[in-house]
Design a protein around this ligand. Sequence first.
Ligand code: NAP
Length: 327
Amino acid sequence: MASTKKIQAGWYHNAMRAIVVRAFGGPEVLKLEELPDPTFGPGEVLVSVRAVGVNPVETYIRAGNYGPRTFPFTPGLDASGVVEAVGAEVTGVSVGARVYTAGTRTGAYAEKCVATASQVLPLPENVSFEQGAGVNIPYATAYRALLQRGQARAGERLLVHGASGGVGIAAVQLGRALGLHVTGTASTPEGRALVLREGAHEALNHSQPDYLEDQSFDLILEMLANSNLEKDLGALKLYGRVIVIGSRGSLEFNPRLTMAKDADVRGMSLFNTPPELLPGIHAALFAGLQNGTLRPVVGQTFPLADASLAHEAILTPGSQGKLVLIP
Ligand code: NAP
């Protein structure tokens, strides 16, 4: 909670705790500090943060593998909480509303954050703050991958290649609701049980050899393309599509594999979503959250001060849903 606290530079009447990064590096560069409450201007919203979603992209940014950054900065795009104040010219967002963020100006790993009004979305009453922290990047990515880039159609066979993490669980729930036949993968029995519980018809073990033998899919959502793209092309039906969502390296493979299937390999980054499509994506997510079709799964929570442990955990195999920080 905000309070009057003594910090190195003096007294802040309204101080908050936030994670601050002052140089690129390993998880240890995520330091908890006390800062003045962020200020906000016209068109902006001040959110009192109740939970923060940890995403792999924040580990790439912290390590310096995602382009330059101005230091110091507070990481994070996905917060959930309550609107504390709104700036001039803000319409449609009220003080006291339960919300989740789709990006922030000041960073989500904090007790308070500032976002533009269009980045502040309503969180239905039936969705907890911890779950709300797992909505934006995972669910918007899964929606865009499945429906916009993947053009999924009911009755098709879908492989969610990496189904036990944030994006994968969202894709399984969406795919099942849309009437696809869903196969998901995870490396642990617990992960595969979770994937089945969340709606997959089958769960495969991506750490086993030959797990895709005799499989064929119309659409593959790929979380680790550098490891799997060649396998995906082997398991694709004629005219199938692979949507590359995640990749952590390069690979060498024979492009002839794409010819054999008339395959489409389509990349996607949520950050490239045309702005005019975002309100529709979040409207669909709101409806799905409200009627229970979409149910973010929180795998583990950490105090905000332990953000470094969460960054280690998110890159460790054995995913079972979202990792969430609690300020
Ligand atoms: P996450 O919660 O850490 O989940 C990672 C998933 O990948 C888990 O299901 C994990 O399963 C699985 N995985 C690990 N090794 C695999 C392998 N060899 N083959 C298939 N799956 C494997 O991460 P996330 O938030 O879901 O994100 C997934 C990936 O998408 C990350 O690389 C992330 O950076 C990327 N991403 C991209 C976008 C975009 O806009 N393009 C947006 C969001 C995320 P086990 O733990 O059971 O091994």
